[in-house]
Design a protein around this ligand. Structure first.
Ligand SMILES: NC(=O)c1ccc[n+]([C@@H]2O[C@H](COP(=O)([O-])OP(=O)(O)OC[C@H]3O[C@@H](n4cnc5c(N)ncnc54)[C@H](OP(=O)(O)O)[C@@H]3O)[C@@H](O)[C@H]2O)c1
Length: 236
């Protein structure tokens, strides 16, 4: 079987770094993109080959970097969007609200604009996006994070419906808390390790589901919370 190729957006830390290491151990050809590089020792451990693109997804060069990656390192079997930020809305400071949408959501839309034509030309491809169970919540302490993930999930699920019949799979992944620097709050129920998150992503590559929520109990808890939030809105 020929070597499989992955493009990972946002892979210098957290889930993305753990997933990079896992794919390289399994002999994948991996291209990663993030503002910082991946520690050299980490990518040297696997038998696969690795190329890093140092780029900010908010930068005007992002699209060109994606196009070049597709030309020189593609066609990709799997493209995974892992970029995410969550600044919270503290002290009435609105300075990072638009940045959160651009980083979490618009960078995915730009990725689709570049990668989908290559998937269509190849007649195959799998896009995986890391949303969150927060897509179902009204997050008063971080409205832009919750809303960006809500739009993200809606976009990916619709895209998946539109293209599944043409051989292209889209998987919307909804984690609860994962043990990375992003999950920095004091209360982190049902938190999972990055190793467990990697297993979930590998299962997504194998099964190509439209959506994967993990842990399921966290997804259920969020649905109950959202129902309570709806009651508060109706009676406000
Ligand atoms: N951790 C959780 O509890 C949790 C739960 C549910 C969903 N998620 C989602 O899972 C994804 C990964 O989260 P994580 O916990 O692994 O986060 P993380 O440890 O903070 O890693 C985020 C990655 O995104 C990259 N990134 C951030 N801003 C970027 C930018 N402007 N341009 C390019 N790359 C950028 C970072 O690299 P550089 O800083 O080097 O650019 C880093 O590699 C996110 O989408 C997050 O919303 C996480």
């Amino acid at each position: 079987m020929s070597q499989q190729r992955a493009l990972l957006i946002g892979n210098s830390d957290g889930i993305g770094l753990a997933f990079t290491e896992a794919l390289l151990r399994e002999n994948w050809s991996v291209t990663g993109l993030s503002r910082s590089t991946v520690p050299e020792g980490e990518v040297a451990q696997g038998s696969g080959d690795y190329v890093h693109i140092t780029c900010d997804v908010l930068d005007a060069t992002y699209r060109g970097q994606l196009e070049r990656a597709c030309e020189t390192r593609g066609p990709f079997d799997v493209v995974v969007h892992l970029v995410g930020v969550g600044y919270g809305l503290k002290d009435d400071n609105f300075a990072r609200e638009a940045e959160t949408f651009r980083t979490n959501l618009i960078s995915m839309v730009e990725l689709v604009e570049v990668v989908f034509p290559t998937f269509l030309a190849a007649g195959r491809g799998h896009l995986i996006g890391l949303s969150s169970i927060a897509d179902d919540l009204l997050m008063a302490d971080s409205p832009s994070y919750g809303a960006s993930k809500s739009g993200y999930s809606s976009y990916l699920k619709a895209l998946g419906l539109a293209y599944r019949a043409r051989g292209i799979a889209v998987t919307n992944v909804r984690f609860g808390f994962v043990d990375t620097k992003m999950a920095k709050g004091k209360i982190r129920p049902l938190m999972i390790s990055t190793a467990k998150a990697v297993l979930v992503l590998k299962r997504c590559i194998a099964g190509r589901p439209a959506q994967s929520t993990y842990p399921k109990a966290a997804g259920g808890a969020v649905r109950v919370l959202r129902w309570a939030q709806n009651l508060r809105i109706w009676f406000a």
